[in-house]
Design a protein around this ligand. Structure first.
Ligand code: AP5
Ligand code: MG
Length: 218
């Protein structure tokens, strides 16, 4: 059953903060679809669409794809009927220009996951992603490269989890995405959540911050 309150929850945070991991949990808890800007773009690459071929190198290098591209992909996703009752969005907007042009919808809550740079790097160097369903797990939890995912796909390391690309993505977060967070904070929408600790601990903090206990999520 969809929740009675309208939730359009944006999750922002540095690379490896657990945006994708927590977005899935929040989406499951509230029975809402989860949209990941990064995954939508990787899907284009995987499907070898014209757009995917254009942005493949950009993604691998850890650069932001052009604002028009990310906005087009996201706008198309937001036209699907399943988002009518709300959604959880991970990774958009990432700079002031995207924030300013993102006039086709507005968040009800912005969750910012805060973690240290050391922890970002530790998590990303251990991350594995299913090449078919996009599920994210960690080598630190015993998963291995090449292992089969439950969907039948294979767990692989992401092309942009190299030290150079991780460094570039963290730099973009500090210089560009922080300005977006300041803009949402000025509207009173931002909930800073400590992203350090276990996945369960961080999820419990998000539930507290968004007062989700009445939704049977705890
Ligand atoms: P995107 O896919 O969004 O990557 P990112 O922002 O770099 O973030 P990550 O996905 O790396 O980290 P995450 O916070 O989701 O962490 P995760 O849950 O995986 O974007 C990729 C690229 O797409 C960009 O570089 C850009 O090129 C492009 N792009 C995306 N959005 C764009 C936009 N708006 N405009 C332009 N270009 C855009 O967790 C990481 C690991 O840690 C996992 O292994 C997980 O299992 C583990 N983990 C999670 N939580 C915990 C915990 N609490 N304790 C221990 N381990 C944990
Ligand atoms: Mg992610």
């Amino acid at each position: 059953m969809p929740s009675q309150r309208l939730f359009k929850i944006f999750i922002l945070g540095p690379q490896g903060a657990g945006k994708g991991t927590q977005a899935e949990l929040v989406g499951q808890a509230l029975h809402l679809p989860v949209l990941s800007a990064g995954q939508l773009l990787r899907d284009e690459v995987r499907a070898k669409t014209l757009l995917g071929l254009e942005i493949e190198e950009t993604l691998r290098g850890g650069h932001l794809v052009p604002d028009a591209v990310s906005a087009t992909v996201l706008r198309a996703r937001l036209q699907q009927p399943d988002v009518l009752h709300g959604y959880v969005l991970d990774g958009f907007p990432r700079n002031l220009s995207q924030y300013q042009t993102f006039t086709f919808d507005l968040p009800t809550h912005v969750v910012v996951l805060d973690i240290s740079e050391e922890e970002s790097i530790r998590r990303l160097t251990g991350r594995l992603t299913c090449d078919t369903c996009g599920k994210v797990v960690s080598m630190h939890d015993g998963y291995t490269v090449g292992q089969a995912c439950m969907c039948g796909g294979t767990l692989v390391q992401r092309d942009d989890d190299t030290p150079e690309a991780i460094g570039r993505r963290l730099g973009i977060y500090q210089t560009e995405t922080r300005q977006v967070i300041d803009a949402y904070a000025a509207q009173g929408l931002v909930h800073h959540v400590d992203g350090m600790g276990t996945v369960t601990e961080v999820f419990a903090r998000i539930q507290d911050a968004l007062q989700l206990s009445s939704y049977g999520t705890s």
